[in-house]
Design a protein around this ligand. Structure first.
Ligand code: 1GP
Length: 260
């Protein structure tokens, strides 16, 4: 029997393997762009491809997922902005409950509406406690969710929120500064949360350099998510994968990291 994607996340995280998810926003790419990212993901062995967006204005997502499913050799995971982004053409979906906010629709309401479709979809469903972290500007996800993000200098609030999510049965905690965030989630906040939960921790938003990635992994993120920076420069996927391999102790490392 095939092991689940969550099993891989859990096993890799238990073994302290840093993992990389490349995020594709279907509004920001065309077919050629998706193929380009897929090629880099396969060549350098990124761990996962996430796809979704807090607001999609085109109808490209189903095509995007179809291309990804046919081309990439790693799990394709929906990172949904809303119910309309549920699609059977993926391996799994992060079923996000926005636990940093107090918007009932994003805590449980939309999940009730989506439940029958999700049940029939065949997708592996991964319950995820989703936490927005204030990041220096109002990101699309903060605006669209109509919630207040956790202040960036309040790691204790972040930790208590993550602990509550874990106690409620969330299998992952995802701390997100939001796509295109001015600043990534701080190492201090990641460390604080990491030391208070056992489930795998995903961190994303505003990671633009290998140094950002190193700091985020070093602070305790099991999976980092990078979107914008790879859209602007697909070769960044190579650098991130090489950085990850170096940090994970791979011996065939050709790339020297200049950590600050
Ligand atoms: C956003 O965590 C993701 O939800 C990735 O953000 O696009 O800024 O890399 P970026």
């Amino acid at each position: 029997m095939l092991k689940s994607i969550y099993h891989k996340i859990l096993t890799d995280s238990d073994q302290k393997k840093r993992q990389l998810a490349v995020l594709i926003d279907p509004d920001k790419v065309d077919e050629e762009g998706v193929m380009g990212v897929a090629e880099m993901v396969n060549r350098y062995r990124a761990d996962y491809v996430f796809s979704g967006g807090s607001l999609l204005t085109s109808d490209f997502m189903p095509t995007c997922l179809k291309i990804l499913r046919e081309t990439v050799h790693v799990p394709v995971i929906i990172f949904p902005g809303n119910n309309m982004q549920v699609n059977p053409n993926a391996d799994a979906i992060l079923l996000l409950s926005l636990i940093s906010g107090r918007n009932p629709e994003l805590l449980i309401g939309n999940h009730v509406l989506a439940a029958p479709v999700l049940k029939k979809s065949g997708l592996e469903i991964i319950p995820t406690g989703y936490m927005l972290i204030e990041s220096g500007k109002i990101t699309s996800v903060v605006y669209m969710s109509n919630t207040t993000p956790i202040p960036s200098d309040k790691p204790d609030i972040a930790s208590c929120t993550a602990m509550a999510g874990e106690m409620l049965g969330m299998k992952l905690i995802y701390m997100d500064a939001g796509s295109g965030a001015a600043l990534p989630v701080s190492a201090r906040m990641i460390r604080h949360v990491r030391s208070n939960i056992k489930v795998p921790l995903i961190v994303g938003g505003g990671i633009r350099t290998a140094d950002d990635a190193i700091k985020t992994w070093d602070a305790g993120a099991d999976i980092i998510v990078v979107g914008n920076a790879t859209e602007h420069e697909p070769d960044f996927i190579r650098r991130l994968c090489e950085t990850r391999d170096f940090m994970n102790g791979a011996t065939d490392m050709k790339y020297q990291i200049k950590a600050r």
